[in-house]
Design a protein around this ligand. Sequence first.
Ligand code: BGC
Length: 473
Amino acid sequence: RFRMKNVSQNSEVTIEAAATQAPTVFVYVAAAFAALGGLLFGYDTGVISGALIFIRQSFALSTFHQEIVVSVVLVTACIGALGGGPLADRLGRRKILLVTSLIFMTGAIVCAAAMSVTTLVVGRTIVGLGIGFASSTVPLYISEVAPARVRGWLVSLFQLAITVGILTAYLVDYSFARTENWRWMLGLALIPGAMLFLGMLVLPETPRWYAQRAQLDSARRVLMRIRGTQAVDAEFNEIRATLQQAHERGQLSDLLLPEVRPALVIGVGLAVFQQITGINTVIYYAPTIIQSAGISSASGAILATAGIGFVNVVMTVVSMWLIDRVGRRALLLTGIAGMAISLGALGYVFHLPARAGGIAEIAVFTLMAYVASFAISLGPIFWLLIAEIYPLKIRGATEGIAAGTNWAANFLVALTFLTLVQTFGPSQTFWLYGVLAVAAWIFSYYLVPETKGRTLEEIENSWRLKRHEPRPS
Ligand code: BGC
């Protein structure tokens, strides 16, 4: 297991000062606006399940077309994340977030106004790009403006916004279901899109991006503005010193450097594990799973689904409360263990012959335990870690690779879930996800570092230092 160390004992005092920096209202506002990108991510991925029933009727869609309308978003989100990361390194985090908001707004309008299935697919393609850009840039932006002491929960605002977006989508779908108005369901994303645009118009670029582009005056000016004090020397000097030590030139070949590779393995590994442990089979297919567990009424299934969405939000808040106190590792390992156990139990429930009586309720309860375990661990902590562990010079590109991998894995699970259930049955499918959760636990136990309370520069230096040291046990 990795342990972080400072570059030298002398820098400890400086780092200490920067790490204990108090947050200002400005930072909260900046983080909250950027997190709207997460709200759109959650809303746009969640809204389609309810809207699809009516879209199918409007355009007489074949199964193939339905699959395209749903999954094209995952494909273009992957492309958007991979492309958005390097663009955020080159053009700045703020500019990319402005572009992201414009993409979301355009996508919402095209979807809502679509008169043919082709236009609808074009609209969903645009929305996917926006989601991809948001997923590689929002956590990055927040982590680079947040003081170390509260960075964990501030970056986790992104995950909270995703879960609120999903829950809102369920509720919007439900309230427009009677009028069958799928255009409103898809078009409402225009509102958070416009809010994100207005917010990013007035919010600044991150000081770390300016420093990386050698615009040191701007870096210092923004740092003073977001910290609400002139006394920013400790943090400013630390950013500069770390940049001077960096071997990276900000090119693709840097990914193979010994100080970048382990962090890349962690980001990509967690990206895959976040998805292949099955979270989106529950998020996307909850009503179907619940119905097959024995709650046959549609309204009962919808209610239980909303309950699951609610648990997801509440437990993300619990995680945010704990993340800067108990640390990332403790939460991650506890949560993944909970996921493995509840997946095992879920497989067992579906294994039972009769799904009558209390069994259906037990299934719903187990689903909730699973989502709760995800919400305190792999949900927020994946997005947080990939915004913390990469060197500044190539932070956008590396975070983009991790986020892009997450979307590719999401797509893979979406493609295979129904086939797995048909071929092996639900029990074996959930057990398979359970075994993968055990693998995720082992991976995290041995590889994931503790980043609580450390500045981004301290984390970056610790990778560099490890190069010259035997690997800690
Ligand atoms: C994942 C999404 C998932 C969501 C559920 C996010 O962290 O990346 O794929 O739908 O959590 O809350």
